[in-house]
Design a protein around this ligand. Structure first.
Ligand code: DGJ
Length: 777
C-alpha cells in the first residue's frame, strides 16, 4: 500500500511536468510527411489505439469489461509512451515498468503497472463513466454524447466494444470503433479521421438501429475529448449584428460552460473554440486545443471541468427542442466535430485551422483559386435598382480594376422594399422590363463576371409564394408567427419547399449567365412548427431543415459548378465548417466602417482564413472619424477585397487611388489569401494594430499597419505598448527586400528580433509593406 501511494503521486507529477516542459521548449518538432500506417496504430499494453500527428498524441484504450476509454490527448512524446514496458519511470525507486494493464475499477478506469517488485495503480481520477463515446447510463459524470430512449421506455444505454477498423477516407487514415448495446439493437460507430500534418482529428458518430422498433434519440453529439488535468482558459468568439467575432477569454472553473445557438443565426457566436493552459497561451507560445463544427443549424459546445481538473470538450448538434426517431434498420450520422492541437500558441492553432479549411473543407473546385475583387451595389442603390444605374456603376468598377459585379437585394418580383417579394425568385419586370439578360450581357461585355443576391430560406407574407402556400412557412396553428424584417422562415424540412427552391434557383441560374451567388439569411427561427408532419417527425424539423439546405446547395453546385458562392446572414451570422464546405467565401459583417472592421477581422482571423473574409470599402463611418479612402482600402485589402461605395460619387482622384490600390491588392492577393496569418498587434491591446501574411513557401510577406488614434507616446496605457514591430515567420538567414510604404533590404533575423519602428504617424493612418526574400548567394 505504501508503494502504491508513493508511486501514484510521483507518476502523476512526472507525467504532467513532462508535458509542460515539452511544450515550452518546443521539443515536439512538427512533421510534415507521414506513412499512413504509422498515424493510427493498435497498442497492446494497454490494448487500444494510438493516433500520432505531427505534434499530438491521442490515445484510447480498451479496458476491462470491453469499455472504450479515452486515455490521453496532448503533446507528442507523452501519454502512455512513458508508461510502456521497459521504460524507466521517474519514481523515487527508479522503477522500470514491465507490464501495463488497464482495468475498470469501482471508481473508474485505472492502470495497473507491474514490475518484479511492485504492483501499482495509476488512477485516472475521473468518473466511472468516462468513455470515448460517453452515454447516458450508469453513473453519469460527464456530458453524454449519446442519450436514447428504447422502445420499452428504458432511458439508460450501455455501449461496449464490438469491433474496429483502420482504413482510409479520401487518402487520410480513419479509425472506426464499433460499439453495441448488449441488450438492445443499438450500434454506435465512432469515427476519427486524422489529418496528421495539421494535428487535426475529425470525429463523428453513426447510430444504427438493428432492432425492430424505433429508438428515440434525445442527443447525439459528434465527439468528445478529455484534456490532461490542469487549469485552463477558454477562448471563443461572440458578438452581435455589426459587432461579430469579438474574442472572449474566460477561465474554465468546475462546472459546465456552454456556447450554443438555438435559432440557427450565429452573429452572436460561431462554433469555434480554443482552450489553453491558464498561465500559457500567447499568440506564439503554449499548448492550444482548438476546434470547430461542420454544422450550420443549432449547435452546442460544452466544456465540462470536474473537480480533479480534467476538462471534457464535447460538441455537435444542439438537441434542444429536438428529438430524432431512429426507425428499424435506419442510421443517424452526426456532423463532423474537429479537434486540433497546437504546441505553438494561438498562431499555431489558427494556422492549422486556416490550412485545414483551405485544403480540406472548401470545395475542391475553388480551393486553389484566388477570390475575385468584387463590386456590390447594395450600399449604392439598395432596393432601387435598374439597368442603367447598375451599368453606370459597373463601368466605373471595371475602370478601377474590379473583376466581378454583384447586384444585391431588390432585383426580384415585388421587391420594392423589405416588406415584400422574398420567395418569388423571378425578375421584377417593372425594374427590368427586358429581364436581367441585357444587363448581364453588357456587364460581361465590359469584361466583368456577374453575380446576384438571393435569400432562399425566407418568405415575405406579401409574396405570391406565401399567398399560394402559407403552410410552407414554419408555424404553429394557434400561435401568431413572429416576423423579423417583415419575413418568415420557410420550412425547408419539407420536400415540396426543397423542390420549389431547387427549381426556381435552377431556372434563375440556367437562364442567366450568373457566376456568383450571395446567399443571405436575415432572421433566426421562431415558432418552428410543422403541423403537417407526423407527430414523431415534428421535432426533427431543425435537423431536417439543415439536411435539405445542404442537399439544395450541393445540388445547385453540381448543376452549376462554375458558380462561386458567398455565405451571408445579416453579415456574419453563418460561419461554420459545414457551410464553408459548400460556400467559398463569407460576408463577414454588415459593419463596413474600417475602424470597426479592424476589430471584427482580428477576431475572425483567429478562427477562419483571410481567403474567406470579404471586406468592402463603403462610405460608412460609425465612429465619426472620417477615415481616408486609403485607410479603408488598407483594411479591406487584408481579406477578400470588395467595393460597396457609390462609385458615381467618387472624384477622378478617388478613382485613381482606387485603381492604384486594387492593382496593389492583385499583387499581394496570393500572399493574403493563401498565406500564414500572424496577428502582430491586437487592436484590443493598444492604439495600433498590425497583421502579417507570409506565403506558404516563405518567399513573400505582406505587413499591414494601422494607427487607430495617436496620443503622446506613453500618455495613455494603450499608447505605452511597444512601438516596435517584430515580424514573424521569416527565414532568419535570408535577406528581404522591402517595398511599399517602407523600403530597404533587411535580413529576417533583424526583422524578427529587432523589428521595424512603428513608422506611421497620425490618427487612422495606415501602411502596407511588402517583403520579398532574396535568393541566397
Ligand atoms: C443583409 C446583408 O448582410 C447585406 O449585405 C445585404 O445583402 C442586405 N441583407 C440586403 O437585404
Amino acid at each position: 500500500m505504501k508503494y502504491r501511494l508513493v508511486f501514484l503521486v510521483t507518476i502523476t507529477v512526472a507525467f504532467y511536468s513532462v508535458n509542460l516542459r515539452a511544450v515550452q521548449s518546443g521539443a515536439s518538432e512538427p512533421r510534415t510527411t507521414f506513412k499512413q500506417t504509422e498515424v493510427i496504430t493498435k497498442t497492446t499494453n494497454p490494448f487500444g489505439w494510438k493516433i500520432e500527428t505531427a505534434s499530438s498524441v491521442y490515445q484510447i484504450a480498451l479496458a476491462q469489461d470491453n469499455i472504450v476509454v479515452p486515455v490521453y490527448y496532448g503533446p507528442r512524446g507523452q501519454a502512455l509512451d512513458i508508461l510502456k514496458p521497459g521504460v524507466k519511470v521517474d519514481t523515487r525507486a527508479g522503477d522500470t515498468i514491465q507490464e501495463v494493464h488497464l482495468y475498470q475499477g469501482q471508481h473508474g478506469p485505472f492502470l495497473e503497472l507491474h514490475n518484479d517488485r511492485i504492483k501499482v495503480y495509476l488512477d485516472f481520477k475521473v468518473g466511472s463513466t468516462i468513455r470515448e463515446v460517453p452515454f447516458r447510463g450508469g453513473f453519469v459524470e460527464q456530458t453524454p454524447a449519446v442519450e436514447v430512449v428504447f422502445p420499452d421506455g428504458t432511458r439508460d444505454c450501455e455501449l461496449v466494444y464490438a469491433s474496429s477498423e483502420i482504413f482510409e477516407i479520401d487518402g487520410f487514415p480513419c479509425l472506426r470503433i464499433d460499439l453495441k448495446d448488449p441488450a438492445y439493437g443499438l450500434f454506435v460507430s465512432s469515427y476519427i479521421r486524422v489529418i496528421p500534418e495539421l494535428d487535426i482529428l475529425e470525429k463523428w458518430i453513426v447510430l444504427t438501429n438493428k432492432g425492430t422498433e424505433p429508438i428515440r434519440i434525445e442527443n447525439a453529439q459528434s465527439g468528445s475529448v478529455w484534456l490532461p488535468p490542469d487549469e485552463y482558459d477558454l477562448l471563443h468568439l461572440c458578438g452581435k449584428w455589426g459587432h461579430e467575432f469579438m474574442l472572449q477569454r474566460t477561465r474554465l472553473t468546475p462546472g459546465v460552460k456552454t456556447i450554443q445557438v438555438r435559432g440557427f443565426v450565429a452573429n452572436e457566436t460561431p462554433p469555434w473554440f480554443a482552450v489553453t493552459p491558464a498561465d500559457q497561451g500567447s499568440e506564439t507560445q503554449g499548448a492550444v486545443w482548438f476546434g470547430g463544427l461542420h454544422w450550420s443549424g443549432n449547435w452546442r459546445l460544452d466544456f465540462e471541468k470536474n473537480f480533479n481538473g480534467n476538462v471534457q470538450i464535447i460538441g455537435g448538434i444542439n438537441f434542444w427542442d429536438t428529438t430524432w426517431q431512429l426507425k428499424s434498420k435506419e442510421q443517424f450520422s452526426t456532423p463532423k466535430m474537429v479537434f486540433g492541437f497546437a504546441p505553438d500558441g494561438m498562431t499555431g492553432a489558427s494556422t492549422r485551422m486556416h490550412t485545414y479549411i483551405r485544403r480540406h473543407v472548401l470545395r475542391p473546385k475553388f480551393r486553389n483559386t484566388l477570390r475575385p475583387v468584387l463590386y456590390n451595389s447594395w450600399y449604392a442603390t439598395t432596393f432601387y435598382v435598374n439597368e442603367e444605374q447598375q451599368l453606370a456603376l459597373a463601368r466605373i468598377a471595371k475602370e478601377i480594376g474590379v473583376e466581378l459585379f454583384v447586384i444585391d437585394d431588390g432585383w426580384f418580383k415585388g421587391r420594392v422594399n423589405d416588406h415584400a417579394g422574398l420567395g418569388d425568385w423571378t425578375v421584377d419586370k417593372k425594374k427590368f422590363p427586358n429581364g436581367l439578360k441585357p444587363l448581364i450581357k453588357k456587364i460581361n461585355d465590359l469584361g466583368l463576371d456577374f453575380g446576384i443576391w438571393v435569400e432562399p430560406e425566407m418568405v415575405n407574407p406579401d409574396s405570391d409564394l406565401y399567398r399560394a402556400h402559407p403552410e410552407w412557412a414554419l408555424h404553429y396553428p394557434k400561435r401568431t408567427p413572429h416576423q423579423l424584417r417583415h419575413q418568415l422562415v420557410l420550412n425547408l424540412a419539407r420536400q415540396d419547399v426543397y423542390d420549389y427552391l431547387l427549381e426556381s434557383l435552377t431556372t434563375l441560374l440556367r437562364e442567366n449567365n450568373i457566376r456568383f451567388i450571395k446567399w443571405d439569411r436575415n432572421r433566426p427561427l421562431s415558432e418552428p412548427g410543422w403541423p403537417d408532419a407526423p407527430r414523431s417527425m415534428q421535432r426533427e424539423v431543425r435537423i431536417r431543415f439543415i439536411h435539405n439546405l445542404y442537399r439544395l446547395i450541393d445540388e445547385l453546385r453540381a448543376r452549376f459548378p462554375e458558380v462561386l458562392f458567398e455565405t451571408c446572414s445579416s453579415g456574419g451570422g453563418r460561419n461554420d465548417l459545414g457551410i464553408f464546405s459548400r460556400m467559398d467565401q463569407v460576408w463577414t459583417s454588415d459593419n463596413t466602417d474600417p475602424v470597426g472592421r479592424i476589430m471584427i477581422q482580428h477576431g475572425f482571423l483567429h478562427a477562419f482564413p483571410a481567403k474567406l473574409m470579404v471586406s468592402w470599402i463603403t462610405h460608412e463611418d460609425w465612429h465619426n472619424v472620417r477615415p481616408s479612402l486609403r485607410f479603408r482600402f488598407h483594411v479591406s485589402m487584408s481579406g477578400v477585397l470588395g467595393i460597396g461605395a457609390d462609385l458615381t460619387t467618387w472624384s477622378q482622384q478617388q478613382r485613381d487611388l482606387a485603381a492604384e490600390m486594387i492593382a496593389q491588392y492583385k499583387q499581394i492577393r496570393p500572399v493574403v489569401q493563401e498565406g500564414i496569418c500572424h496577428r502582430l498587434h491586437s487592436p484590443f491591446e493598444s492604439n495600433r494594430a498590425a497583421l502579417e501574411y507570409v506565403s506558404p513557401d516563405g518567399s513573400q510577406a505582406v505587413v499591414f499597419l494601422y494607427n487607430l488614434w495617436e496620443t503622446l507616446g506613453g500618455s495613455t496605457s494603450s499608447a505605452r505598448a511597444s512601438g516596435t514591430l517584430h515580424l514573424r515567420g521569416l527565414d532568419p538567414d535570408a535577406n528581404y527586400s522591402l517595398t511599399g510604404d517602407w523600403q530597404g533590404t533587411v535580413d529576417g533575423r533583424t526583422l524578427m528580433n529587432i523589428g521595424l519602428p512603428w513608422f506611421i504617424r497620425g490618427n487612422f493612418n495606415s501602411a502596407i509593406v511588402m517583403l520579398k526574400r532574396q535568393t541566397k548567394q
